[in-house]
Ligand binder design. Structure first.
Ligand code: UDP
Length: 345
């Protein structure tokens, strides 16, 4: 049986791993060992997703979080290297663009363990931390599982063409997997006293908006103004909460709530008027729920959402004419990934 060591650690990775882990478990020839780096650790940022998705508890938990990029990534590398040497996996599976992705990529590459990268090939062409992590991960990966044809083209432009697969978007799989349950089980709208279509949904956590007082003040002022009479619900990422406290930035005028689980997030997305976000995943989920999105960044890696008129950059031009996006697959990206790995391992 081929052993796959999956490295996850941040909120979006639990959401991406949910359908993939399920698909791997369904293949008799594959055995998945899961390591949680600890990058996101509290209940609202981690455990809630394992509970809601019915995922097994990770086999290994490294409890590494905090510190700068170098410290966090370095500590993860030390621990992951020791773990990989004892687990002896046939492949390492990494997701997206976080420090956990980068640490997993470098460790596996130097131990000559083949790497499978889920969500390969996205580029915003800006030197943000996520982009750096993703470029390095792509460069050392053996299997590159792309969510869109554009991601395949980005890799081709960098000379990466071997074992590049457009499997579709695993987050689309997750959305389809959870949408009906969110509809029937989430009570978040009534808990928050919100009416469908009568609020905006915002998230902020990226470094460019939280690393300096002027940047955070600007984005908060923008959100306050964007409400136009409707409440702006902001499930507050711990990094943003800390930044606001550190910089003394007043969040009044926004409807601040704790980070929500995936069922509540899905219900909030499905019923909002507009999404305002600097998240990668949430821009795309806005489209999955056919909600217009304003991206609170200078660039996006999900350019097809902008081209198709569902998304725009906050300081960029207005929405383009709106059309459907034919890009994110058929909701079976995870099965395709598992089939390819089962056939080749
Ligand atoms: N999300 C969530 N609860 C929240 C905010 C976000 O479940 O309070 C989900 C969201 O629906 C998406 C994922 O977290 O699936 C996005 O993660 P995040 O924005 O932290 O990271 P990014 O996508 O920017 O890497």
């Amino acid at each position: 049986m081929a052993k796959i060591l999956s490295v996850i650690g941040a909120r979006p990775q639990f959401i991406k791993a949910a359908p993939v882990s399920r698909a791997l478990r369904a293949r008799a020839s594959l055995d998945e060992v899961v390591v949680h780096t600890g990058q996101h650790f509290d209940h609202a940022m981690s455990d809630v997703f394992f509970d809601e998705f019915g995922m097994d508890k990770p086999h290994h938990h490294l409890s590494i979080n905090g510190g700068g990029h170098g410290e966090m990534t370095g500590r993860m590398m030390v621990a992951l290297e020791a773990l990989a040497l004892s687990v002896k996996p046939d492949a390492v599976l990494i997701y997206g663009d976080t420090n956990s992705t980068l640490a997993g990529a470098i460790v596996a590459a130097k131990l000559y363990i083949p790497i499978a990268h889920v969500e390969a090939g996205l580029r915003s062409f800006k030197p943000m931390p996520e982009e750096i992590n993703r470029v390095v991960a792509d460069r050392v990966s053996r299997w590159l599982f792309c969510p869109t044809e554009l991601a395949v083209a980005n890799l081709k432009a960098e000379g990466i063409v071997k074992d590049v697969y457009n499997v579709g978007d695993v987050m689309y799989d997750t959305t389809l997997m959870m949408r009906d349950r969110a509809n029937s089980q989430s009570t978040i709208l009534s808990v928050l006293g919100l009416a469908p279509g009568q609020y905006h949904l915002a998230t902020i956590h990226r470094a460019e908006n939280t690393d300096s007082a002027p940047a955070l003040a600007e984005v908060v002022a923008y959100l306050r103004n964007a409400g136009q009479g409707l409440p702006v619900v902001l499930p507050l990422h711990p990094r943003t909460r800390q930044a606001a406290a550190r910089f003394g930035i007043d969040l009044s005028g926004l409807r601040i709530v704790d980070p929500v689980g995936y069922l509540d997030m899905t219900a909030l997305l499905a019923n909002c008027s507009t999404v305002l976000t600097d998240s990668g995943g949430v821009q795309k989920e806005a489209y999955f729920h056919r909600k217009p999105c304003v991206t609170l960044r200078d660039a996006t890696e999900w350019v097809e959402t902008v081209d198709a008129g569902w998304n725009r950059l906050w300081k960029g031009p207005d929405y383009r004419p709106r059309r459907d996006i034919d890009a994110y697959g058929d909701g079976h990206a995870a099965d395709k990934i598992a089939d390819i790995l089962a056939a080749q391992l």
